[in-house]
Design a protein around this ligand. Sequence first.
Ligand code: DON
Length: 308
Amino acid sequence: MTQPHQLNALLDTLLQQCQPLYVEGKVADYIPVLSQVEPEQVGIAVATLDGTVYSAGAATQAFSLQSVSKIFALVMAMNRIGDELWQRVNMEPSGQPFNSIVQLEWEKGIPRNPVINAGAILVSDVLVSHYSASKSAFLTFIRRLCGEEAIYADPQVYLSELEHGNRNAALAYLMKSFGNIDAEVPQVLEQYFHQCATAINCEQLARSLLFLANRGVQPHNNEQICSRRDAHRVNAILSTSGMYDQSGEFAFKVGLPAKSGVGGAIIAIVPQFGVITAWSPPLNRFGNSVVAMQLISLLADELGLSLF
Ligand code: DON
């Protein structure tokens, strides 16, 4: 059994083991700025509830948070409007790609869950409609969680998404046509793209999500970030939908609540232990990082972390 003090060495070994996979996958290019990211970068960090952060590789290199931002926005929306949120968005896996449109029409503008794009855009609408300065409220929330002021929204990524966001705009206007978006669509999209454009590194991201591994309480200052019930609910959604159409396979192989982003990051929550963040830009056809998935899978296996 690996002891905590051996974890840094184990992480280094896992990075070596994943070397052959670096050539698999493809960096996201539907957001043009993301296609310029150097593909052969890889980092991993494990933050544990006692405040220690173990890491290897490019763990302090900032990357684009992308869909992992959906977790922070969801927690903010749950805190602000409570159960009302679940009248407007469902909690079921979609069985469709993350930016699919067809299901949303069949289901009358109610997104399947809050971590596919439609659901996250709806959550952004909640933030725009319930915070006077919703973009800075989002950044302030992440800064508070990771205890660092250095987190920012990358203006280049933001603009690149805004210029190439027609599909997300279609999702937003479709929901608006069903009466499920309150604010003006351009404002909602700005909020959503701003969240996705957050620049963060593996160590910061792992630290900032520790409350989900600790029943809603952030361990470094004992702050209750969300209720125990909502921490449970977020983890449930991440388990069933966080890896999109690969969520079943991830549960089968790894057995942890997880969320991916097209910037190449994947986070996995290990209740009562900590948070793992792995990052490597090339993605598979589901939009999940090939190397980050393998790293988390090997680590969970080595440490016996599966919940099942
Ligand atoms: O809206 C988009 O398509 C991107 N900003 C985020 C998608 C994403 O990260 C999906 N994750 N794997």
